[in-house]
Design a protein around this ligand. Structure first.
Ligand SMILES: Nc1ncnc2c1ncn2[C@@H]1O[C@H](COP(=O)(O)OP(=O)(O)OP(=O)(O)O)[C@@H](O)[C@H]1O
Length: 718
């Protein structure tokens, strides 16, 4: 086994002056030994040899690891697996660690590179959307799990691996569940190179994974000794959670006997921002000895700023970290002494019946509540204030986190699964089966998009769609843009819809609103997105330019990277690019056609001019989102009758987001005929069928701007 290496890295400078790093052959730095001391103090260190033994001899090739948050699983297991793989000469490739959140993959790679005394981007790397920080010599890679699933299913990525670590399996991300489902029947021990799989979880999920993985050995990390935090509940849930959380933080900061950093859990990113704004205002005026506390947000939008939550440059400054579900398991900050837990989470849940997303505010699971409490454990023990009652937790909280596979739109994942099964046909065992309706809906949507052939198998078009890191309808629109000669604009749109989907934040000031209005395009929200992107690039990707317009600079930078990635992908699979033509009348129509080729499932019609749009597929009524550019037009401009929308949300309001006008004739030309026949009976469907049969009078709006023959060139890809 790899114990030779494992023992070697236990040496300290006094024990061996000549100890060299086995991964790069260089002597260890003093920083390595400092971090080694910290690593040895982690609860998981005691389980090191047991883990390596099981990794060597597991009869199934799979090892389960279960331990509390902060016990050292995410940082130590990958290093031990790298030692194991090195001892076998990395015969079948690198060690890959999947993470459910890109931010965690990035942050862990940086920490592990330091702990191993290696270079980030060389021996240690990470792959997250729009950022591949790896090199030809990368032997340990942290990867967003969805990206890894995409790599496994398609032709991209490094292919084989020596050890695959599925970390944070208790988060129940769709990709992690699916990867386990695909791997369960793989006889790892019979594969070339004898690869290994490690599944890492919180103890609450241990029985479930143990039952799933049969007789695979399990390593239980002993719980850290240390006092339990004092736990307090609120009798009633406060009406204003942000205010209650701020109040609790301020009270803690004024107590001299309660030093230490504070972790605040709120339901959503919006509340995190409000809380940080409010606390930052208060901190300057707080009568506390020493420097004012530092308020830090922690959510997926924080990107590069993430390391600041770990930095300990000045221990005399108290840190207040404000976060949500992201830090339930993935971010362990040892300096935390106090936790304030709102007990709620805002999650996006997909309803396949009406193809709608809704933002659901719901109680966190008991398992998450326990993980949050444990953040305040230690010497001396800290405190945890739950902004809810004990009976709320006992009666309303589910025992375990919800499996995401039961809450997401599955069309992308079914596409990848079908792609994978072409190469290796077999069954996917679900840890929890998605509702049959969700799977059927996903298959139906893929069929309409022509991703399936007559036998229900993946078509050639489906294979190409699965190569794109985009939802199938957007990938289809991008492919259609090759037919309609507007690839340049559709690339921008695909990148913007994915990374920076629009004007979702209201402008803050009149000046900001005026600057932003200048970016709105007469043709609707999709063209506005292209216009915003082009203006952003022209500004030299200037952060101040974005700020002045209330635009998210980081999202726009992401969009730029994604666009470049998509261009590369198009070139690799030899799809044609086109010259920019944004703004011309021809380009406007081409863009509409390409969009409709992918989004014909998302069309709505205002039947009586009141702003109530009837969705064609579900007879559901919705309104334009308050941020839709058509809503801001001065009278007498009327919102369009027929629209195509990017998403439909049924949370606070019933709204269509990112909307552009279309002509029904175009829909008739571009949607598959059987889609139109399958629509539920409505006046709109009758009208479309009449148009198809050539028996309808074109609506006035359509005759004004377009002639029927303009829609004659149907999408060949269909
Ligand atoms: N990016 C980082 N920078 C600095 N320290 C870090 C970083 N990531 C982890 N650590 C530290 O490493 C230690 C072990 O954390 P680790 O993430 O390995 O625990 P874990 O058991 O995986 O917990 P979790 O389930 O919360 O991820 C903790 O003390 C943590 O503060």
């Amino acid at each position: 086994m790899a114990s030779g290496l494992a023992e070697e890295s236990e040496l300290s400078p006094g024990e061996s002056e000549l100890a060299v790093n086995p991964f790069d052959g260089l002597p260890f730095s003093s920083c390595y030994y400092e971090l080694l001391e910290q690593r040895r103090a982690l609860p998981i260190w005691a389980a090191r040899f047991l883990f390596l033994e099981h990794l060597e001899s597991s009869p199934t090739g799979v090892v389960l690891v279960s331990g509390d948050p902060g016990s050292g699983k995410s940082t130590q297991i990958p290093q031990w697996c790298a030692e194991f793989a090195l001892a076998r000469g990395f015969q079948t490739g690198q060690v890959t660690v999947t993470q459910p959140y890109p931010l965690a993959a990035m942050s862990l790679a940086s920490r592990v590179a330091d702990e191993m005394d290696l270079t980030l981007g060389h021996e240690i790397g990470y792959s997250i959307p729009q950022e591949d920080c790896t090199g030809p010599n990368t032997m340990l890679r942290f990867c967003w799990d969805r990206l890894f699933l995409q790599e496994v299913a398609s032709t991209r990525g490094p292919g084989a691996w020596s050890v695959l670590i599925l970390d944070e399996a208790q988060e129940r991300s769709v990709a992690s569940d699916l990867l386990q489902g695909l791997l369960r029947d793989t006889r790892l021990r019979n594969l070339p190179g004898d690869p290994r799989v490690v599944v890492v979880t919180d103890p609450a999920l241990e029985p479930k994974f143990q039952a799933f993985w049969g007789n695979s050995p399990i390593v239980r990390v002993p719980r850290e000794p240390g006092g339990d935090p004092t736990l307090a509940y609120k009798d009633t849930v406060p009406t204003d959670l942000v205010e209650a959380a701020c109040q609790a933080v301020l009270e803690l900061c004024q107590q001299e006997e309660a030093p230490g950093d504070v972790l605040v859990y709120l339901p959503s990113e919006e509340e995190i921002s409000l809380c940080c704004e409010s606390l930052s205002g208060e901190m300057g005026t707080l009568a506390v000895p020493g420097p004012p506390p530092r308020v830090l947000p922690l959510h997926p939008g924080c990107a590069q700023a993430i390391q600041t939550v770990y930095e300990d440059t000045d221990v005399s400054v108290r840190k207040i970290v404000v976060t949500h579900w992201l830090a339930d398991f993935s971010f362990s900050l040892p300096s935390i002494q106090h936790v304030i837990d709102s007990g709620l989470e805002l999650r996006s849940v997909y309803n396949p019946r009406i193809r709608a997303e809704s933002q659901v505010l719901r109680p966190i699971s008991k398992c998450q509540a326990e993980a949050r409490l444990l953040r305040a454990k230690g010497f001396p023990p800290g405190s945890c204030l739950r902004l809810y009652s004990k009976s709320t937790l006992e009666l309303e909280a589910p025992p375990l986190p919800h499996p995401k596979v039961c809450e997401e739109n599955l069309s992308s994942l079914v596409l990848l699964l079908m792609r994978k099964q072409i190469a290796e046909p077999g069954e996917c065992h679900f840890l929890d089966r998605p509702a049959p309706e969700a799977l059927m809906r996903a298959l139906e949507d893929l069929d309409y998009l022509a991703a399936l052939n007559d036998d229900g198998e993946l078509s050639d078009l489906g294979v190409i769609l699965s190569e794109f890191p985009l939802p199938p309808e957007l990938a289809k629109a991008l492919l259609a843009s090759c037919e309609f000669n507007c690839v340049d604009e559709m690339l921008t749109l695909a990148a913007m819809l994915t990374a920076a989907p629009g004007f979702t934040r209201p402008p803050l000031s009149a000046g900001e609103a005026a600057l932003r209005r200048a970016l709105e395009h007469a043709d609707g929200d999709h063209s506005s997105l292209i216009q915003v992107y082009e203006a952003f690039v022209q500004s030299g990707a200037d952060e101040a330019w974005c700020q002045a317009r209330g635009l998210n600079w980081e999202s726009l930078c992401q969009a730029r990277k994604l666009r470049a990635e998509l261009v590369e992908l198009m070139q690799r699979i030899e799809l044609p690019l086109s010259q920019p033509a944004f703004g011309s009348e021809q380009n406007r129509r081409d863009l509409q056609k390409a969009l409709l080729s992918g989004y014909f499932l998302k069309v709505a019609r205002d039947t009586d001019g009141t702003g109530n749009y009837l969705l064609l597929t579900h007879k559901h009524v919705a309104q334009l989102s308050p941020y839709c550019s058509y809503r801001n037009r001065r009278t007498p401009a009327q919102p369009p009758t027929w629209v195509l929308y990017h998403s439909f949300s049924i949370s606070k309001d019933n709204c269509l987001c990112i909307v552009s006008e279309i002509q029904p004739e175009m829909l008739v030309e571009l949607a598959p005929p059987y889609f139109l026949s399958n629509l539920p009976p409505s006046e709109s469907r009758d009208l479309l069928n009449q148009l198809r049969e050539g028996t309808a009078e074109p609506p006035a709006a359509a005759t004004e701007t377009s002639s029927p023959q303009e829609y004659g060139d149907g999408c060949v890809l269909q």
